[in-house]
Design a protein around this ligand. Structure first.
Ligand code: GUN
Length: 280
């Protein structure tokens, strides 16, 4: 048996079409500004793909590039300038920042209502309190994939491997909201294989190539692969190839969760603009 392929491109196209349709009804196109510090090749690539999709659906999007040796004060000053600019609806500071910069105060400087990454503590608090707010894009994309393929979380056992602020913790909150029973496992979890084997839905978000193997996955389970590691020049996920033989459905890498993440950046920009400008 080979698992069904959960196609991130199909999910991204569906979201892009929905956002594009809604934008036609708005008096102005919302504006999204990316801030990138330095020339890290992965960051250059990701920001470019997000900006391209934003422009394709009809958002206004621009990228501010700061030099690799930019200091903390200059970066935070740029964030504050974007906060104060009433024409800007969404701000995204691409991570990781160069080592000499402290990412926490930068993320906390972003106006929570323009925080399309959903990393600001105010948005984290809103998410865990069940309040409206901006939610991180990768977790939203994972839920969008499940919704697109009509995979229900109601009463399901979800095991998340990885407890990061970017993915593991926020997707746990979203799964709880959908009435799943959630286990947040990680590299120190005792009998990780046994825990993962309980899952109807496995979310692998550790960033360690092939950490989830076929013997850890219950036959027919849904598996979402968020990890991305470069091995011998190839991008590989957290899910080993032999999982295709046991899972019921699986996201490919590439072509899976990353594409859904990018689509959620544009959806979050629309959400932010609708709320801030009173269009909701
Ligand atoms: N770098 C890797 N993933 C992300 C993300 O979701 N947001 C930002 N800003 N940077 C990232």
């Amino acid at each position: 048996m080979a698992a069904d392929r959960l196609d991130g491109r199909a999910v991204s196209d569906a979201i892009a079409a929905r956002v594009a349709t809604r934008l036609l009804e708005l008096p102005t196109a919302p504006k999204l500004v990316f801030v990138r510090v330095g020339e890290d090749p992965a960051s250059v690539y990701y920001v470019r793909s997000k900006q391209r999709l934003a422009e394709r659906v009809g958002l206004r999007a621009e990228t501010r590039v700061l030099a690799d040796d930019t200091d903390q004060a200059a970066l935070e000053a740029m964030v504050r300038e974007l906060n104060d600019d009433d024409d800007v609806d969404g701000i995204l500071v691409q991570l990781p920042l160069p080592d000499h910069l402290d990412e926490r105060p930068v993320l906390e400087a972003i106006d929570p209502d323009k925080d399309v990454d959903g990393f600001h503590p105010v948005n984290v608090g809103r998410l865990w309190s069940g309040l409206d707010g901006l939610v991180p894009c990768t977790p939203l994309g994972l839920i969008a994939i499940l919704d697109h393929y009509e995979i229900s979380l109601h009463g399901a056992r979800v095991v998340i491997v990885g407890r990061s602020n970017l993915v593991g913790k926020p997707v746990a909150a979203l799964c709880l909201r959908r009435h799943a029973t959630v286990t947040l496992a990680h590299s120190r979890t005792r009998d990780l294989a046994g825990v993962v084997r309980e899952a109807d839905v496995v979310i692998a978000a550790v960033g360690r190539a092939g950490i989830v193997t076929a013997d850890m996955v219950r036959t027919g389970a849904t598996v979402l692969d968020v990890g991305m590691t470069r091995v011998d020049g190839k991008i590989v996920g957290d899910v080993a190839p032999d999982v295709w033989d046991v899972a019921g459905a699986l996201t490919p890498m590439p072509g899976g969760t990353g594409l859904a993440t990018v689509a959620m950046v544009i959806q979050n920009t629309l959400t932010a603009a609708e709320k801030r400008r009173g269009w909701a």
